[in-house]
Design a protein around this ligand. Structure first.
Ligand code: FAD
Ligand code: NAD
Length: 444
């Protein structure tokens, strides 16, 4: 039996932030990982996806400048792009584990499972700890349709040797929309199928409609209010059938219909940790129903978006609270989120839906940016922002933006919101001109 102050289960962004934070505060910690050290984000999530996106973005920029100074559109070389991605991801697990080893943080590779006496089994090893942190993340959800066994996932997509000529994506959430943008740019015929008429529900409806219109204009077959009920092999393809009897064939069908918490192996029922279908239940201190067990990151049932910086923030919070005994509840700052692609959709702070519920407090400005210098210069085909302003103070408190530059603008606005900068504060700054930052003075 090996003893620790804290054992962390899951070596992804959440678990690693907690491990390094606790170790730096002098605590004796161990991390357990059953699969790839580094977790979803650097191995099969954010980072590999955005390596593929680099080529997608470059193609989008070139397309916009056809007739405005550029004469040909670059084509994506999938095998070369995948080789570039693999050159990055191949080093992640060993580099991550090597980092833990050099820091002197104990690490165990294997599937962690709790025992009824509150200890943990990892292969042949038994661990015990004063406190535990569960950071086991989520995995792709495979909808229970006929032919479920034929469905591929984002893990498979991000490791395809060759991109097939025709693919179907079942679900138009973050993952579905981003994979559609990549596959479409790389020359595949993409069917992006969503069961309701309102994908990306967390974002402003008008801007989601604009984004789907852009994807359609780029060649994606967007099908809303379409329920896939069956996938069956048909020669060397798959036949996709919907609830209304519509059908087509595709080379591969991907389930992009959300993700589910990874908790089965842990046997949390043995240690009285309560879960829901959305994940592990926690209080404001990220403490589960067992007072010695905490949970962070994607595996937690909470309203905050499931993103890498959120998992890391929660890991740092627990490093502080467990090391100091200070039990102040976690307070989240504004959390920016971006759906990446040639056209990006991003939001931060108060949403337009929240603003609509308090019209006395908030005013929403809807601006077409296509004629602004920053967007005209690059011939951005779709550029629009909705800015939420506090009517009383006149300050920007939220924004949703659609454009090929959205990922940058949203972070500038995050700084403005997080630091409660007033219009006067922004006007007191001199920013390099003409840039996206120099546009900040025009938003309210
Ligand atoms: C395709 C895709 C793209 C994404 N893009 C972005 C993006 O652009 N930006 C962004 O912010 N977020 C993005 N995300 C989300 C991001 O990857 C997650 O929010 C983040 O990885 C969560 O970190 P985590 O530590 O909670 O979980 P994870 O990173 O999932 O790590 C959990 C780890 O726990 C391990 N584990 C599970 N069970 C056990 C067990 N019983 N024993 C031992 N180990 C176990 C798993 O193997 C895994 O390595 C993306 C996700 C996907 C799928
Ligand atoms: N750029 C980023 O930051 C980024 C990228 C990818 C993932 N993520 C994170 O990972 C999380 C998971 O992403 P995701 O896309 O897997 O989930 P998601 O919840 O964003 O989207 C899944 C969508 O599939 C729909 N759906 C559910 N069942 C369906 C069915 N049977 N048929 C068709 N559609 C169905 C859901 O209604 C939902 O809209 C995101 O919420 C986000 O927090 C972030």
């Amino acid at each position: 039996m090996q003893e620790f102050d804290v054992v962390i289960i899951g070596g992804g962004p959440g678990g690693l932030a907690a491990a390094y934070g606790l170790h730096a505060r002098g605590m004796n910690v161990a991390v357990v990982e059953k699969d790839l050290w580094g977790g979803t984000c650097p191995n099969r999530g954010c980072d590999p996806k955005k390596i593929l996106m680099a080529a997608v973005e470059a193609q989008g920029r070139s397309e916009a400048l056809q007739g405005h100074g550029l004469t040909s559109v670059p084509q994506l070389d999938w095998p070369a792009l995948m080789a570039t991605k693999r050159a990055y991801t191949a080093k992640i697990p060993s580099g991550t584990q090597g980092g833990l080893q050099s820091a002197g943080i104990a690490n165990f590779h294997g599937t962690a499972s709790f025992n009824a006496d509150g200890t943990l089994t990892v292969g042949e090893t038994q661990l015990t700890a004063t406190n535990w942190i569960i950071a086991t993340g989520q995995e792709p959800h495979l909808p229970a349709i006929k032919g479920q066994e034929w469905l591929r996932t984002s893990n498979d997509f991000l490791d395809l040797d060759n991109l097939p000529a025709d693919i179907t994506l079942m679900g138009a959430g973050f993952v579905g929309v981003e994979l559609a943008a990549i596959a479409n740019a790389a020359g595949s015929r993409v069917h992006l199928v969503h069961h309701s008429d309102r994908p990306l529900r967390a974002f402003d409806g008008d801007l989601v409609t604009d984004l789907l219109a852009r994807l359609t204009a780029e060649g994606v077959d967007v099908k809303l209010s379409t329920d896939i009920t069956e996938v069956t092999p048909a020669d060397d393809q798959y036949r996709v059938t919907t609830a209304t009897g519509e059908n087509w064939t595709s080379d591969l069908v991907f389930a992009t219909a959300g993700r589910t918490p990874v908790i089965t192996d842990l046997h949390l029922e043995r240690i009285d940790v309560v879960t829901s279908r959305h994940g592990i239940k926690v209080n404001g201190q990220l403490q589960t129903t067992n007072h010695h067990v905490f949970a962070i990151g994607d595996v937690v049932d909470r309203p905050q978006p499931k993103l890498t910086p959120v998992a890391g923030y929660e890991g740092q919070y627990l490093a502080d609270t467990l090391a100091t005994g200070d039990a102040a509840a976690i307070v989240y700052p504004a959390i920016p989120s971006v759906v990446y692609g040639k056209t990006q959709l991003a939001q931060v702070g108060v949403t337009t839906a929240e603003a609509a519920t308090a019209p006395d407090k908030y005013h929403v400005t809807d601006l077409d940016l296509t004629h602004w210098y920053s967007y005209q210069r690059i011939q951005d085909p779709a550029a629009r922002i909705k800015v939420v302003v506090n009517q009383i103070s006149g300050d920007i408190v939220g924004a949703t933006i659609l454009s090929s530059e959205a990922e940058q603008v949203i972070n500038y606005l995050d700084f403005v919101i997080q630091n409660h900068m007033t219009t006067a504060d922004i006007n007191r700054m001199i920013t390099a001109y003409p840039t996206l930052a120099s546009d900040l003075t025009y938003f309210n």
